[in-house]
Design a protein around this ligand. Structure first.
Ligand SMILES: Nc1ncnc2c1ncn2[C@@H]1O[C@H](COP(=O)(O)OP(=O)(O)O)[C@@H](O)[C@H]1O
Ligand SMILES: [Mg+2]
Length: 462
């Protein structure tokens, strides 16, 4: 089974990406991030261990001494990452998350500065990242729907406060201990919480992102984000990323996966994802429809908001009809043609030629068929006319009662008499005459014809 998305013509990749390898500076840990010595703990905190690190920050498990609770402490990576741009972004993240309070978003406790570097403390999520959980395989469809519904409600909360995440992906979804997420019908095994608002943007702010610069993680990045149209990146880009997370939870792999970053971006911009049910036939049809609606290339064709996505996921969980409609065959053909215009116009030309040829042959066949039917009808008419004439002739013959004259005719040689009919030879030809007139007239016939004087012919029956 082909599990790669349909290949597409590489759409123009923004210049700013050409220098990026597959491990972009925006990707999470697991790559080649250099080791740094553990920094000294900020006052009132005691660093216990490292939880993880990404391109810019490092997160430690720490104890908040005054409150005696475990927290996650995010600090900026020292060295080249501590430049003014990184510090600005780091501070923006802290401020953005501090404005949010939602059970589906990791709660920030405190924002501060230590040794000239910014840090913030937040609630500790013991379950680790969703990316780690997905390494063991896809989730069950119902668990996936519940998880992404929680994330979508959390993102709607952020969008309503003017914040777009722009880097939603499994590594930025943490799993907390079990509990009841807002709006969820039953407790979830692990409550998902969104973290890492490092690339978040305030909607009312042109922001620090240059037009043409590509930020985010290619596998989960919306096409408008992949093409560097920073100003067009709004809540719909987060809806796309939620769809990509939904896809990966259902199938175990992201919807677009190229050999390199540039390949992945080309797929994001120009290819349709492989239907989740082709990868995992047990995925319910409704979840596939919801997922593919999030992954529509045009932002306007996705869910209008993250809460509409959450509502549809809720409907699918309750077994109610969902609002999203599956993409029909016609629409799929149009999409394919848009992606592959050269092949599409070639095929359209071929189809037109075939159609015209078939129409010509069909027209000729119908024409000759028409002529054949006409000739047949004419032949039938002629036969009818001849039959009618013969019938009329027969009637006229019967009216002239040829038997009467036949009997008086000297050349009449009666051959047989069958009931009231007679057959015989008359004027050298075999004839039959009807004796339908009164039987008395038949008495002229010998009751027993002299032997040899007659020949038996077919009895005449009227
Ligand atoms: N609150 C938290 N609780 C537990 N682990 C966390 C927490 N925040 C971050 N981590 C761990 O640290 C990693 C990096 O954190 P993140 O905020 O995504 O940093 P970056 O911006 O560098 O990607 C996460 O993938 C996760 O494994
Ligand atoms: Mg991260």
């Amino acid at each position: 089974m082909d599990t790669r998305p349909d290949n597409a013509p590489p759409t123009a990749i923004p210049q700013t990406l050409s220098s990026l390898g597959q491990s972009s500076p925006f990707e999470d840990s697991g790559g080649t991030v250099p080791e740094f010595p553990t920094p000294s703990s900020p006052p009132r905190y005691e660093i216990l261990s490292e939880l993880g690190r990404g391109g810019m920050g490092v997160v430690y498990l720490a104890r908040q001494t005054g409150l005696d609770r475990q927290v996650a402490l995010k600090m900026i990576l020292a060295g080249s990452h501590a430049g003014s741009e990184s510090r600005g972004r780091f501070r923006a993240e802290a401020e953005a998350v501090a404005r949010l309070s939602h059970p589906g978003i990791v709660q920030v406790h405190e924002v501060g500065e230590h040794d000239g570097l910014p840090f913030f403390s937040m609630e500790f999520c013991a379950g680790g990242g969703l990316d780690r959980r997905l390494k063991t395989g896809p989730l069950l469809p119902a668990d996936t729907a519940a998880l992404v519904e929680t994330l979508a409600r959390a993102m709607h909360h952020a969008h309503e406060r003017g914040i777009v995440h722009r880097d939603l992906k499994p590594a930025n979804v943490l799993l907390a201990a079990c509990g009841l997420a807002e709006g969820a019908a039953k407790p979830q095994a692990a409550v998902p919480k969104i973290t890492d608002f490092g690339l978040a943007r305030k909607l009312d702010d042109a922001g620090r992102t240059r037009e043409g610069a590509v930020i985010g993680t290619p596998n989960y990045m919306a096409p408008e984000q992949a093409s560097g149209k920073a100003r067009e990146v709004g809540p719909a880009a987060d809806v796309w990323a939620l769809g990509a997370i939904l896809y990966e939870c259902l199938t175990g792999r992201p919807p677009f996966l190229g050999a390199t970053t540039v390949d992945t971006l080309a797929l994001v911009m120009g290819a349709e994802p492989v239907s989740p049910r082709r990868l995992q036939p047990k995925v319910p049809r409704d979840l596939e429809t919801i997922c593919l609606k999030c992954l529509e290339k045009e932002p306007g064709r996705r869910y209008a908001s993250a809460s509409e996505l959450a509502d549809d996921l809720g409907r699918s969980l309750r077994g109610e009809p969902i609002r999203a409609r599956p993409v029909g065959t016609g629409e799929r053909v149009v999409k394919w043609a848009r992606r592959k215009p050269a092949i599409a116009s070639l095929l359209a030309g071929l189809a037109a030629v075939t159609l015209l040829g078939t129409a010509g042959v069909t027209w000729k066949y119908l024409e000759s068929e028409e002529q054949r039917k006409l000739a047949e009808a004419e032949r039938a008419d002629a036969v009818d006319a001849r039959s009618s004439a013969l019938l009329a002739q027969g009637k006229a013959d019967r009216r002239s009662t040829p038997w009467r004259s036949a009997l008086t005719e000297s050349s009449w040689r009666p051959a047989a008499r069958v009931g009231t009919f007679g057959c015989g030879t008359w004027s050298g030809a075999s004839r039959c005459v009807s004796s339908s007139p009164p039987a008395a007239t038949c008495a002229a016939w010998p009751s027993t014809p002299p032997a040899g004087a007659w020949r038996l012919e077919a009895p005449f029956r009227a």
